[in-house]
Write a protein that binds this ligand. Structure first.
Ligand SMILES: [Zn+2]
Length: 106
């Protein structure tokens, strides 16, 4: 339970921190765009159960596969799609940390 709450907070706070440090005056807009990338978790709707705290998202859900992550990294390279790409890369990193953490919990 605690891990799930911290995970969710990180999904909000880390993009906020990155926006604050790297995006100066437009930080709020940058943060909101990165928050919107949490929509990739909509791929959980194809899973049963939709949410399982003991399941690692990485490599399980369709938008959390390694090949798709290369695309997220590529999006981060172009200025126009950078925020979406960076937001998605942060998301995958945080989900990955969550997977490592759950291994130590069990
Ligand atoms: Zn996720």
């Amino acid at each position: 339970m605690m891990r799930a709450v911290i995970h969710l907070l990180l999904h909000v706070a880390v993009p906020g921190g990155v926006a604050r440090v790297f995006f100066g005056k437009v930080f709020l807009r940058a943060w909101l765009i990165m928050l919107a990338t949490m929509l990739v978790d909509l791929d959980h709707l194809f899973a049963d159960p939709v949410y399982d705290p003991g399941r690692c998202s990485i490599g399980f859900h369709p938008l959390h596969q390694y090949p798709v992550m290369l695309l997220y990294g590529a999006l981060a390279l172009w200025p126009k799609t950078r925020l979406v790409g960076v937001g998605l890369v942060i998301h995958m990193l945080l989900d990955g940390i969550d997977c490592l953490w759950m291994q130590y919990e069990n």
